[in-house]
Design a protein around this ligand. Sequence first.
Ligand SMILES: Cc1cc2nc3c(=O)[nH]c(=O)nc-3n(C[C@H](O)[C@H](O)[C@H](O)COP(=O)(O)O)c2cc1C
Length: 176
Amino acid sequence: MKKAITLLFALTLAMSLFATSAIVYFSATGNTESVANTLSDLTGAEVFEIVPAVPYTEDDLNYREDDSRANNEQNDPSSRPEISGSFDLSSYDTVYVGFPIWWGRLPKIMYTFFETYDLSGKTVAPFCTSGGSGIETAVNEIRELEPSADVIDGLRTARRYADRDLSSWLEENNLN
Ligand SMILES: Cc1cc2nc3c(=O)[nH]c(=O)nc-3n(C[C@H](O)[C@H](O)[C@H](O)COP(=O)(O)O)c2cc1C
């Protein structure tokens, strides 16, 4: 019995030591990228950037312009902006996913990401930056897109508070 408990303990310890995390982010103007880099400093997780096949120009991102590219994408349920290149996330247990909030929701390129990468069985830890909107709606979208992943409550932060906010979020959620 004692042996079995020791073995179980050793196994649990080994699993936690070998648990691996990746950070995947999309950032159009650098805010989410900065937060992703802070998260990498705190966790040591490897970072992967979602790069749009067609980069967003300043005009593309003008949300005051009804007909801007970003607004058209957000208003089009079938829009799936192409991602340049690919990465292998199969070996990671936890995937942190970062993005800006666009019109209260996930940018459509994140739909492309979640529909391309099956994160079933993994812990998905969403984080975002925004002008003030919360992350809750985007987290619900992710839960619909990845029904077999454990999608935890997300974190909205800003680059200047990222270190403080991420540290307590990681601790609260037992993440590393
Ligand atoms: C098309 C578009 C829509 C946006 N919609 C919102 C919004 O609904 N709520 C909000 O708080 N911020 C909104 N923002 C602001 C961004 O979420 C914010 O600037 C974010 O930090 C940008 O992150 P990035 O630099 O990583 O791209 C929007 C920005 C763009 C370009």
